[in-house]
Design a protein around this ligand. Structure first.
Ligand SMILES: [Zn+2]
Length: 363
């Protein structure tokens, strides 16, 4: 995630090859979408006589790094009903459930079911370049997409969007023994932070989505100064803004920029455009995608209601490209990216049932 790609153990190349071999063995038609050198999406179509129009099952191939893990990252050790390792929850668990479901469907070839396009994308954890590539070349005629991310098998129809950007104050550095000779950029940032705290409170109280609540803004990083005996010449913060459906990321940044410029005219504030942005997901709970997924989950484990989550996934990019999408997968987001990442084996098994069921119901 977010690192220079090099060496055979880094990047998705080896898992792409493994997936391709597995899927070809099932009789799927595989094609690759090149995203970056050594980083290919894999798109596998599985159909059989009597199968209907396809639904897309999507999972990303990458994981976050393994630094600092307290369990063996690559052993897939099972203890007390939990499988441990990097990606167990985010999202090799969901991917494995998709593969097991495909294996079942390839053997059973259920009449009247949907056909399946399994899409395994690269670079979800840091750049979303894989899913953006997929979104430019969606499988023809697909009814909807199910994105495997850890939702505890809840049907996620809405998630927030995102914009992140930097704001900088400039001063003039000098020796701290004579601070009056300089201009302290950290001091200049202080009122900006207070203003942003106010702005965030007003923003969150201003509007609300039934499944997502209000939008949020948070300052997560501050950097300024080089040493305690130097008056700092510049200071920088990083802002994280979570968006509701209907909000445009660039417009959200512009709104905050205007607020700061109005509040601090002639302050020399430098406000960058967002370095990452993503729209929210808002699939209607009564859409085909949501209805089929809810019915499949209800059949496998009883109740299911459409839910919203505050984190982003590949689903919003697919939905933006015109393919209705929901997020549905085994595992809990609380275990994603953790030092002892795990997934419950029983939930993996339920996920296989859910995926098989929804392919049958979608036909
Ligand atoms: Zn993930």
């Amino acid at each position: 995630m977010g690192r220079g790609i090099g060496g055979p153990a880094i990047g998705e190349e080896r898992i792409t090859a493994w997936l391709e071999a597995f899927l070809v063995r099932l009789g799927a038609r595989c094609r690759r979408q090149a995203v970056e050198p050594g980083r290919d999406n894999l798109v596998a179509e599985l159909s059989w006589p009597g199968a209907g129009r396809p639904i897309v099952l999507e999972a990303h191939q990458d994981t976050v790094p393994v630094d600092g893990m307290t369990v063996p990252p690559f052993d897939a050790e099972v203890r007390a009903g939990r499988l441990y390792g990097r990606g167990a929850c985010d999202v090799k668990g969901g991917m494995a459930a998709i593969l097991a479901a495909l294996e079942r469907l390839a053997a059973e070839r259920p009449k009247g079911a949907a056909s399946v396009v399994a899409a395994f994308t690269v670079d979800e954890e840091s750049g979303f370049t894989g899913v953006r590539r997929l979104a430019r070349d969606l499988p023809a005629g697909a009814a909807f997409a199910v994105v495997a991310e850890p939702t505890r098998l809840e049907v996620v129809v809405a998630h927030k969007g995102l914009a992140r950007w930097r704001v900088r104050t400039h001063g003039r550095s000098c020796h701290s023994a004579r601070p009056a000779e300089g201009v302290n950029a950290v001091y200049r940032m202080a009122p900006v932070l207070s203003a942003l705290e106010e702005y965030a409170a007003v923003l969150s109280a201003g509007s609300s989505h039934p499944l997502l609540g209000g939008p949020t803004l948070s300052v997560g990083v501050i950097r300024g100064g080089t040493s305690v005996n130097t008056v700092p010449g510049s200071c920088e913060i990083e802002i994280d803004r979570r968006l509701l459906p209907g909000e445009d990321p660039a417009a959200a940044v512009d709104h905050c920029r205007q607020f700061l410029f109005d509040r601090f005219p002639a302050s020399g504030l430098e406000i960058e455009p967002a370095w990452i942005s993503d729209r929210a997901l808002d699939t209607p709970p009564d859409s085909e995608a949501a209805r089929v997924c809810l019915a499949a989950v209800r059949k496998v484990r009883g109740g299911a209601e459409p839910v919203g989550v505050p984190y982003g996934t590949d689903a919003s990019k697919l939905a933006d490209a015109g393919l209705p999408s929901v997020v549905l997968g085994p595992g809990d987001i609380a275990q994603a990216h953790t030092a002892d990442e795990w997934i419950e084996v029983a939930e993996l098994e339920r996920a296989v049932e859910v995926y098989v069921e929804l392919v049958k119901l979608a036909g």
